[in-house]
Every structure is written in C-alpha cells, then in structure tokens.
Design a protein around this ligand. Structure first.
Ligand SMILES: *Cc1c(COP(=O)(O)O)cnc(C)c1O
Length: 406
C-alpha cells in the first residue's frame, strides 16, 4: 500500500458507506474527529429537541409534564435503548445516574444478594479506573475480597484467564465488554455462561460497546449491565447512563440508594421505603430529564442506521485505520496496541509511540482530534455514525508528518 492507494481506498470506502447520510445529521465543524468513543458528536436534532422541551414541556406544561411524560421517561427511554442496542426485552433497562453511580448500585445489590460463603468480587487490572475503584469501595463496605485478573493489555480478559479465578467463593464478576485502552472485545456469551456455571453473577460494563456492537444481553442470559450515554450513544456531556437487570433477578435485588423516585408509590410520600415495580426500584432521586433529551435524537439515528450496519462499519473503519498505520507509521516505529482481528476489536484502534503525548497536543492544535492515553498511546476513536474513512486517513497521515518533522 502507498499513500495514493490509501487515498483511493478511503474515497471508495466512503462512497460505498451505507452510513454516509448519517454524518450530515450531526452538527459542529471539525477537520478530523477521532474521539467519538469518549464524547460522541451532537445530533443536529438534539438542539432542536432541547429547545422544544425548554419552550413547551418545561415552559408551558410546567409541573404537569411530570405526569404527562417525565415520570415514565427513564423507563420508556431505557426500553427503547434496550430494544435498539442491547438485545434486551422491555422492562429490563433504566436510564439514570452516571455510569459510576449505576455501577455502584448494581454491584452493591448483587453483592448483598450473594449466598453465604460467596464473598469475592473478580475484576481486572486493565479495567477502567471508576470500575476498579467502585469494586474496591463496595468490597470494603461489605467485607468482601477483590480477586484481580492480570490480563495482557492487548489480548484482554479471556475465558482461560478467568477460569483460574473462578471458585465457589466468587459472588460477582465484573468486566468491560470492550476494553477502554486496547479496544479488545471480551467474549460476552462464553464468559457469561462460564460465570453462571461457577454459581456467580456477571455485571458487564458496556460503556465502549453500547451503540457500537450488536450486544445481545437477553440471548446471552446476562445478569447485570451498565453503560454510558455520551460515548457512541451521542447523548452529550454528562448524559445519563443506563442499567440493565435481567427480569428474573429484579425482585431479588435491592439497591443501596433508596430514594423516593424508586419507591413503589413515589407520590404517596409515605413512611419507609418499599421498592417500586420492575426497573423503577433501581432509580433513586429525580432523574436528569434535560440530559436525556439528546438521547431521544441519537436513538432515532441508531434506529435508522441499524446496529448491525453500525458494527459492520466499525470493523471496516478499524481495519482501515490499522492498514493506514502499517503503511504510513510503522516506519516511524509506531506499533498497533489493539487486536488486529476484526471480531476482537471494538470502536477504536490504539497505536503507540514514545512521542505521542507531544504529537497529540499538536494534532489538537491542527483540529485533528484523537485522544492520548498513558503512557504512549493514541486512541483513534471510530464512531460509525460520524467518522469517515477520509477522516481516519487524514489523522494517520498527520501523525506521520508530525513524526517525520521531529
Ligand atoms: C467512560 C467509562 C466510564 C465513565 O463513567 P462515568 O461515571 O460516566 O464518568 C465508566 N466505565 C467505563 C468502562 C468507561 O469507558
């Protein structure tokens, strides 16, 4: 491959892209945005809907909007998210809180429901900081032990690695579906089954897979899951997260932040907490309604695009990013720190070089925006709804120019 043939192939891939229409549904001007895995771009419709809610639902309907729509919104939007992106039947997904708080609530609920003698939480050292910290805090609150997996940073958590940690003292295993550093995709169905065979419960963090991969939670018989609203879901900064609890478990779990909005009859305002029906019991206080509105717009786009088409494009974008890196950057000593096999890679490709901290700073100045991850990684975030193949090539070529100028 040469630069020219990469250019030709980027142009061909963009011309044949079944999601090319979708780029125009997003606002903002940027030369090359490769960070949609950290903060998705705003759907144009998000601003329109937010303005309408402020003007009409909030402005004119005022408090009546709680009865008319807001009280039900966390559950209705959760069901829609579940149907379009999680393979989750209705009644198992709720929107609310940050990922951190939702993770805390579901993990604590699972730990508290564990049978006597099961007092270990399994998690891996490569997991996202908040996941590791929450596991440690719940373990210390409840007198549980943390059993750490030490995966290869690129190869990720495999069933073989997990097998050694599973024993009859394990209560919960919590893992990321897609690793935030390498983009490695864990084998969710196999691991879920493996955890069940060991008599434990699994809690998947879907932050880097929701809105990107065709996640099938019900098919895999997953117990619990959480995920982020502002990455591939394009819900905007601080968009609320979601929690998924399999229907068969809901009545057996009690979450720790027992506020009035999760009560069986919130407006009775009675003494003592009793859990609401279904997923309502996993809510706590007043949900962030305004912060949910952009998600209604991005889910419309995801519905139109279809999750399978989105995940196909993610694979092609990743393959192209790796091809461009091999062609233009390998000579500068850049290595690929993500799986090369399509099925094992999520929505970003991480590449490594000692100069990348400085290179990232210069890229940002030039309006080319990937992100930097310690110690020497650039993550090329590939968001199928918005990222073009031309944009990927522009970013990789810019990195090559900066490296050759050094
Ligand atoms: C982005 C991300 C989070 C973010 O948690 P917040 O509470 O939204 O800040 C958590 N876990 C993983 C794996 C993530 O990638």
């Amino acid at each position: 491959m040469t630069v020219t043939s990469l250019q030709t192939s980027a142009a061909e891939l963009d011309a044949a892209d079944p999601l090319a229409w979708c780029r125009h549904e997003f606002s903002g001007e940027v030369r090359a945005y490769l960070d949609g895995n950290s903060l998705g771009r705003p759907p144009r419709e998000a601003a329109v809907r937010l303005a309408a809610v402020v003007e009409h639902d909030w402005g004119n309907r005022l408090i009546r909007s709680w009865d008319e729509q807001w009280f039900a919104l966390p559950l209705e939007l959760g069901d829609r998210l579940g149907r379009l992106t999680l393979g989750a039947a209705a009644g198992q997904t709720v929107i609310g809180d940050s990922t951190t708080v939702m993770l805390y609530k579901l993990l604590r609920a699972a730990v508290d429901a564990a049978p006597d003698g099961r007092n270990v939480i399994v998690v891996d050292r490569e997991n996202f900081p908040t996941d590791r910290y929450i596991v440690e805090s719940v373990a210390s609150e409840r007198g549980f032990t943390v059993r750490w997996l030490e995966p290869d940073p690129v190869a990720g958590v495999t069933p073989d690695l997990l097998a050694a940690a599973l024993a009859d003292d394990v209560a919960v295993v919590t893992l990321s579906h897609v690793a935030y550093k390498s983009g490695f995709v864990a084998d969710l169905p196999t691991i879920t089954e493996q955890v069940h065979r060991a008599g434990a419960v699994v809690l998947w963090d879907l932050c880097h897979s929701v809105g990107l991969l065709d996640v099938r939670l019900d098919d895999a018989d997953v117990d619990l899951a959480v995920g982020c609203g502002y990455k591939f879901l394009c819900g905007g900064p601080g968009a609320p997260a979601f929690g998924y609890v399999a229907a068969r478990l809901q009545d057996r779990l009690t979450q720790p932040i027992q506020g009035w909005m999760g009560h069986a009859d919130a407006f009775a305002m009675g003494q003592g907490w009793s859990p609401g029906p279904g997923m309502r019991r996993f809510l706590s206080g007043t949900p962030p309604i305004l912060a949910m509105i952009p998600l209604t717009a991005s889910l419309d786009l995801i519905e139109r695009a279809r999750i399978t088409t989105i995940s196909d494009k993610a694979r092609r974008l990743g393959r192209f990013a790796i091809e461009a890196t091999d062609t233009l950057l390998a000579g500068h000593g850049v290595t690929v720190s993500s799986p090369r096999e399509d099925a094992l890679r999520g929505g970003h490709v991480t590449i490594s070089h000692p100069a990348f901290r400085e290179v990232t700073r210069r890229l940002w100045e030039a309006d080319v925006i990937p992100d930097f991850r310690n110690p020497d990684g650039i993550r090329l975030g590939l968001a199928p709804l918005t990222t073009s193949f031309g944009e990927v090539l522009d970013a990789v070529a810019s990195i090559g120019e900066l490296l050759s100028r050094r």
